[in-house]
Design a protein around this ligand. Structure first.
Ligand code: ADP
Ligand code: MG
Length: 624
């Protein structure tokens, strides 16, 4: 007889290896039990990285006295009783092995009392055996103390890190649990010091505020999305507020923290185009799905989940985040504290250079340019304005009525290949009441303007790209992207896969404003392109769009479309280093302020930033 049944205690120790990896796993299981018990307040206290002791106290429903001992035994759970229950789990625990596993590798003492009883029970277990059980006076709820973790399994101890690191893991766990349950107030104390205290007021942002601080909380947008069955809530970070790691990305399914690659990639996809490469967005994504559409029983620590309809979840996360981002944001300029001496020098220098000369300028004097258009900005207004100018220097927009060079942004007016030359209509209604005043252009890249007690800097490329994108998107949604027909087709070399893609997706390319067909075995013929696009850019643009579209991993057409629109917008926007006339700046600013979308440009840089009047006045000591 070589095969032996493992005795109960040994089996528990083996199970413990799966469930209880380190002190943080114990804390996770105990906190989950407290939440399952309906607690409103949970206190976690540890010492020595959790090895000396872990104590979790809650004001939940308590354990019935008759059940206390069996809770320590393997597979004792009050949460499921028949196989069908497995399809309908909304509690965090259900495997009924956590307490037994913990008790197998530590000394555990438990106090608990149900509301229906006058007294509670204390029960102690040591190495999987119950050593003591007695009636005790005390509060309603449960308190579990775990001492000398892993003392029966020294091998496990060797894998643990320094106490401070283990404390860090525990804190991470409490944070996650608190974020998963904003309706519960969590307190975490390590070696006598309070490290965390959440309000438990059910407002996720307040929980995040107490954990990550005011700055982080102010940079988060609420997610609120539902596709009928799948609900997505949580917080999505402002695209200007990114991190170097994925540490601030958290995913929850039915209030359970999970690790799920599909959800992570949906989050990443949602930020595509909004943030540059090499940084990661902040996102707390909470999914709420019918319990029978998700399998949470695929991992002992219940960290991984499996969805019955992955692509539906992917889409929900993607759109949930996207919608949250499509809100107006105005990033405030952050000032690094310079030493007072340095600031003083700068101020004096500035004072000497600037004299505020008020001049009256009538833009009407500028000759209308019939043959040039600023992209698609049609100019038909006259402006009369008062402004402050920087004395003597003819930088900025100074009214030289200088025609912009033809290269760059008005491509469709300049080639013989362009057929129709009719004026282009604005896709966006301009609000003529916008009350701002252009000050000038800075470094040939930024437009400076004054608006409601703020100095605003607009990045001309980012802003134009943003406007172009918004216009394209609006046209695209109506399937109305205007294209320019080429008199003779442009023939470009292409890879076999690219040719195949173009052959099969002519319809999609047409919606984007392209007319592209295979031409022989190794070329594509471009017969038409979106009006906004410069003909010089066509080849690389077509390559980029086709390759991005072929590359799509998830079957998500909106993402492919949006990315294609971003690419077109980027390729047809004015560049930095381009001198702009007043009219151009004014138009750009007006249109920008009229777009009710995030101000991050499609490629992830902010389009504008603002500086408070108070900040400026402080520099000149008008205000202290
Ligand atoms: P599971 O959570 O998977 O059911 P556990 O081993 O974690 O298994 O817990 C066993 C049982 O002990 C639970 O089903 C629950 O009935 C009871 N229990 C554990 N902790 C608490 C608590 N803090 N408050 C009330 N009941 C608890
Ligand atoms: Mg449990």
């Amino acid at each position: 007889m070589f095969i032996k049944l493992l005795d109960k205690n040994l089996a528990n120790m083996i199970a413990a290896g799966e469930v209880v990896e380190r002190p943080a796993s114990v804390v996770k299981e105990l906190c989950e039990n407290s939440v399952d018990a309906g607690a409103g307040v949970v206190t976690v206290e540890i010492a020595g990285g959790g090895l000396r002791f872990i104590k979790v106290t809650d004001n939940g429903c308590g354990i019935h006295p008759d059940d206390v001992e069996s809770a320590f035994l393997r597979h004792a759970t009050s949460k499921i009783s028949k196989p069908e229950d497995l399809n309908n789990i909304y509690t965090l625990g259900f495997r009924g092995e956590a307490l037994a596993s913990i008790a197998a590798v530590a000394k555990v003492s438990l106090y608990t009392r149900c509301a229906a009883f006058e007294t509670g029970v204390t029960c102690c277990a040591n190495c999987g055996e119950i050593t003591q059980s007695e009636e005790t006076q005390g509060f309603i709820g449960t308190s579990i103390k775990v001492e000398d973790l892993f003392y029966t399994t020294p091998a496990r101890l060797k894998f643990l890190k320094k106490d401070t690191t283990e404390t860090g893991y525990v804190e991470e766990t409490v944070r996650k649990t608190a974020i998963a349950h904003p309706e519960v107030s969590f307190r975490f104390i390590a070696d006598g010091k309070e490290k965390l205290f959440t309000p438990g007021d059910s407002v996720l942002k307040n929980t995040v505020f107490t954990i990550y601080g005011k700055e982080a909380a102010s940079q988060l947008f609420d997610i609120n999305y539902s596709d009928g069955a799948v609900e997505v809530t949580g917080l999505a970070g402002n695209p200007v507020y990114t991190k170097k790691t994925r540490n601030m990305q958290m995913f929850f399914v039915n209030n359970r923290p999970v690790v799920n690659r599909m959800m992570s990639s949906a989050l990443a996809e949602a930020y595509k185009g909004y943030i540059p490469g090499g940084v990661f967005p902040v996102g707390i994504i909470k999914l709420s799905v019918p319990a029978n559409t998700v399998d949470i029983n695929v991992h002992p620590a219940k960290l991984e989940v499996k969805f019955s309809d992955e692509s539906r979840i992917y889409k929900a996360v993607y759109h949930g985040v996207r919608n949250a981002l499509a809100k107006p944001v105005m990033p405030k300029i952050q000032y690094e504290k310079a030493s007072t001496e340095e600031t003083a020098v700068k101020s004096v220098y500035a004072q000497g250079k600037i004299s505020a000369a008020v001049s009256e300028v009538n833009i009407e004097k500028i000759k209308p340019r019939s043959d040039e258009k600023f992209g698609r900005f049609v100019l038909n207004q006259t402006y009369s304005l008062k402004r402050n100018s920087v004395s003597g220097e003819e930088n900025g927009y100074f009214m030289k009525a200088e025609a912009p060079k033809k290269s760059g942004y008005a491509p469709y007016t300049e080639t013989l290949r362009t057929a129709a030359e009719k004026p282009v209509q604005l896709g966006i209604e301009v609000d003529k009441t916008a009350d701002f005043q252009i000050i000038g252009q800075l470094f040939m890249t930024y437009i400076l303007l004054e608006k409601e007690n703020e100095l605003i800097l607009i990045d001309q490329h980012a802003a134009h790209e943003h406007i172009t994108y918004a216009r394209l998107k609006e046209q695209y949604d109506k399937r109305e992207i205007t294209s320019q027909q080429l008199l003779s087709p442009l023939i470009m070399r292409a890879e076999p896969l690219e040719i195949a893609y173009a052959a099969e997706n002519g319809g999609f390319l047409k919606e984007l404003g392209f007319d592209i067909e295979p031409f022989g075995n190794s070329d594509l013929a471009v017969r038409a392109l979106p009006q906004a696009v410069n003909i010089d850019e066509v080849e690389s643009l077509v390559q980029e769009i086709i390759n991005a579209a072929m590359d799509k991993k998830q079957n998500l057409d909106t993402a492919v479309q949006e990315r294609a629109l971003f690419t077109i917008a980027c390729r047809s926007s004015i560049k930095a280093g381009k001198r702009l006339t007043y009219e151009e700046m004014n138009n750009l600013a007006e249109q920008l302020f009229n777009i009710d979308k995030t101000v991050t440009c499609p490629h992830g840089r902010p389009a504008w930033a603002a500086m408070d009047k108070t900040f400026i006045e402080k520099q000149f000591k008008r205000l202290m």
